[in-house]
Design a protein around this ligand. Structure first.
Ligand code: NAP
Length: 281
């Protein structure tokens, strides 16, 4: 199984849960030291577990290309990595950092990795991690890279793209899902404190990373319809144990148009992407 951002927060706990269930895990991480530390922690608890590290920076399409070229066969792919509010920052190819990482980078990585799932010879699963805030976002192509609302928009775009994939691969060996952690106590929340949402974080109950990380194991061990969103079962999806959440219509509209727009945007800034999208089915 492949999990991005497996060195921290929900990703780390997802890796731990799946190792506990006997999975071989590839941790796709951008920082070697943080990844090695996380791997050591996992091996301390599960000596002999099959846990490998591969370097991946979702904010650099070049890194995604290099990663995909070296990736061995996988049958479960969890796109967990993401970040929140990075004012003034841009990805290597010049996209606004949050949209460029949480959506553009994940989109490009998915397009590269999906053929491996398709060809694995048995059932395979893709789980893309969104956020319940996708409900409050809208996609405006005129303001696509606006920093304001970028996190919300990035997760709505990822929800639409995942919906598009679920329809595209329906009836094949590939099962496409979304998950979200609700509100989980992880380093991503440090940013919330800087954003003045500390009081909210104190009032509203917050899941442990362990509890939020159960969603992938829950998806893999239940019969979950393709395209479902799995997240906590209480407080409108903010807290609790995993279950299928009600999907907002926002995830379902305009997905094909968005996928076409995204391919063109990536190809405009990154010539290898143009070549790749020309050959990919
Ligand atoms: N915690 C919540 O309440 C919450 C709510 C809704 C959705 N989510 C989503 O849940 C997912 C996991 O977040 P978390 O809460 O566990 O936060 P986290 O502890 O900060 O973990 C985020 C992971 O993503 C990695 N990452 C960030 N940018 C990357 C890049 N350019 N390339 C590769 N990896 C990158 C981070 O790597 P480094 O350690 O090197 O920075 C880290 O491993 C994210 O997609 C987040 O948007 C979280």
């Amino acid at each position: 199984m492949l999990i991005t951002g497996a060195n921290s927060g929900v990703g780390f706990k997802t890796a731990e849960t799946l190792i506990c269930m006997g999975a071989s895990v590839i941790m796709a991480c951008r920082n070697r030291e943080r990844a090695e530390n996380a791997r050591e922690q996992l091996l301390a608890d599960y000596p002999g577990a099959d846990v490998r590290i591969m370097m991946l920076d979702l904010a650099d399409l070049d890194s995604i290309d290099a990663f995909a070229e070296q990736l061995p066969d996988v049958d479960v792919f969890v796109n967990n990595a993401g970040l929140f509010h990075r004012p003034g920052q841009k990805t290597k190819q010049g996209f606004e950092m949050v949209m460029g990482t949480n959506y553009m980078g994940v989109f490009y990585l998915c397009e590269k990795v999906l053929p491996k799932l398709r060809e694995c010879g048995h059932d395979a699963a893709l789980v893309n991690t969104i956020s319940l805030v996708y409900r409050f976002a809208r996609v405006d192509y005129g303001r696509f890279y606006d920093e304001r609302g970028a996190y919300f928009r990035s997760k709505l775009c990822l929800a639409k793209y995942t919906e598009h994939l679920a329809k595209l691969y329906k009836g094949t060996n590939m099962h496409i899902y979304m998950n979200h952690p609700g509100l989980a106590a992880t380093p991503i929340a440090d940013n919330l404190i800087h954003r003045g949402m500390y009081i909210l974080a104190k009032i509203v109950p917050i899941n442990s990373a362990e509890k939020s990380a159960l969603s992938v194991a829950w998806i893999l061990s239940n019969t979950v319809p393709d395209g479902s969103i799995v997240g906590p079962n209480r407080l409108l999806g903010g807290w609790g144990y995993p279950e299928i959440n009600r999907k907002s219509g926002k995830a379902e509209t305009g997905a094909e148009e968005l996928a076409g727009f995204t391919k063109k945007e990536l190809a405009d800034r990154w010539p290898p992407a143009e070549e790749f999208f020309r050959t990919v089915v």
